[in-house]
Design a protein around this ligand. Sequence first.
Ligand code: EPZ
Length: 422
Amino acid sequence: MRTLDQIAVEGGTRLQGEVRVHGAKNAALPILAASLLADGVCVIEDVPDLQDIRVMVDILKALGAAVEYNPPVVKVDARRVSQTEVPERLMRQMRSSIFLMGPLLARHGRARVSRPGGCTIGSRPIDLHLKGLMALGASVEERHGFIDCRADRLRGGAVYLDTPSVGATENLMMAAVLAEGTTVIGNAAREPEIADLADFLNRIGGHVEGAGEDTVVIHGVKGLAGGRHRIIPDRIVAGTLAIAAAMAGGDVVLRHVRPRHLGAVLTKLREAGVEIEVGRDIMRVRSDGRLRAVEQVRTAPYPGFPTDLQAPFMALLCVAEGMSIVTETVFEERFKHVGELRRMGANIRVDLRTAFIQGVPGLTGAVVQASDLRAGAALVLAGLVAKGTTIVEHAYHIDRGYERFDEVLSSLGARVRRLRQP
Ligand code: EPZ
């Protein structure tokens, strides 16, 4: 980890221009894991060039897969995979590698991972993953911080998720696709990335129905072939850039987006006074930078307001006229950015999972710290409208979810620079 890794932002410029949004990190990660299931070469296109993707590629290689990664294309040949244990140092770098258990169990009858640590947004339990895998016939043992799963042959079954967990839904879909019989996942997550995973599995010979709705049905098949798949656009990156344009003011066109994946966010941006025109795969965001407060923003599982855009949207509300109320219902500790925004002059009061934001006429630049990828992005956005210079430290967090975030904003006219120790 670099000691000096900062993004410096000079506030006060409007944003103007056009950006192509990269492929979705949270679709690419499970689909790369699912390529372990295929008896052939999988070519995944429009994979974003991000730190988390590089960790996933390293994990696939460590398991014995042949992987060629030339951004934005990843080629995976998992036919010679021999390992079923995910190296601990890689598990530690990315907790979402927990959804390698499903494919490893389905294909090799065994999976050994170290229990993923929590992170700055909450404890991130995996009980729903483990309960679901056991419902499909897996045995699960936990010892010394490692989870050992075994199953000679997974059997289809009925699984009900107490919480519509994205990762658990994906893990169980991948475990069920080669199981004997049919699996029904009740209260499944409905995020677009789930449907993209199902599209990939069906394209390589799987039989998954209902992905994107709250009940997903997976009919087990004997085997899966290789195939080619293009990742859907990243709705969280698109939403972050739309919020940036709304705050800074200007006229920005986002290409390679799916506006229908951002329904709740566009509604709230329009409530704040932002003009948004949408096409099938394009969005135009216009704003004079003078925004209205939004009465109530509650994060929720899709199609609700995405928790991953709660921090960026809170940055916007800091300079919107009036009182806004933001409630974070998905993760228990996702307000780490509040203290940093306060350093910039924001007026925010937090009561448990609800933040009360009183808009202020302007923010002032400060040295602030990114605690996770979305909080980091939110602080850069706040810097766009702050008076003077904002330095966002620990900028490496942002690289986990945003391709060249500083360069993208600079291309739209923002005065943003990346400062790294040589
Ligand atoms: C996915 O994480 C995303 N990550 C997260 O994006 C996103 O914030 C989250 O879904 C919610 O949309 C990837 O897709 C790689 P969950 P995931 O399981 O799957 C509880 C980003 O910024 N839960 O849907 O880990 C959990 O504690 C990242 O790109 C259990 O209780 O999220 C949380 O409160 C951050 N038991 C809620 O469910 C379980 O076994 C939602 O978590 C699993 C989850």
